[in-house]
Ligand binder design. Sequence first.
Ligand code: MG
Ligand code: ZN
Length: 216
Amino acid sequence: MQIVLAKRILHANDRIAQDNRGKFDAAGVLAVNVLGSPGAGKTALLEAILPILGERCRAAVIEGDLATSRDAERIEAVGVPCVQINTDGGCHLDAGMVASAMDALDLAALDVLFIENVGNLVCTAGFDLGESLRIVVLSVAEGDDKVEKYPPMFSGVDAVFLNKIDLLPHTDFDPERVQENLRRLSPEASILRVSARTGEGVGACAEWILGRRKPS
Ligand code: MG
Ligand code: ZN
């Protein structure tokens, strides 16, 4: 019974996700689902990347959080439009929540839309939001075993932004191990080393995103 219910919910989610995808495509918007653990640096990376993207395209952000609008305030502080979704304790975004947030945005005036998901390496992976790209932000501080331990999060991902790379000399983190495991799960995925704090690799992350835009 519970399994049937779960399937039904996912089915409804997939239909709304397809609808979202159609709207993004029609408006020429590259929608990017940004996933990762709490504290991986998802918001910090967006704060670093958005000013670079802003010189080349029009970007906006949808922020998903259980409570507070702290991350949305940080995004607005860099001059980028942001819509906050409070999930009221929910541990992931779903396509319906994104559809509601999309109503508050003028898609025709956008080129790139980041959807920062709730910090979570488990169930966020199971919900298609209608995005064109999935990026996982994985930080050096979390350990190099995460690809093996959370395969649904990393399978089918388009890129892993390996954040806090400036901490590497202070840890036993092995980037090669992450790369090897990722190659097995998602052979097409890119892996970019970055530090939102020092700015190292931020330009390359921005270029990687811009390179995924469809020529209009
Ligand atoms: Mg955040
Ligand atoms: Zn969840």
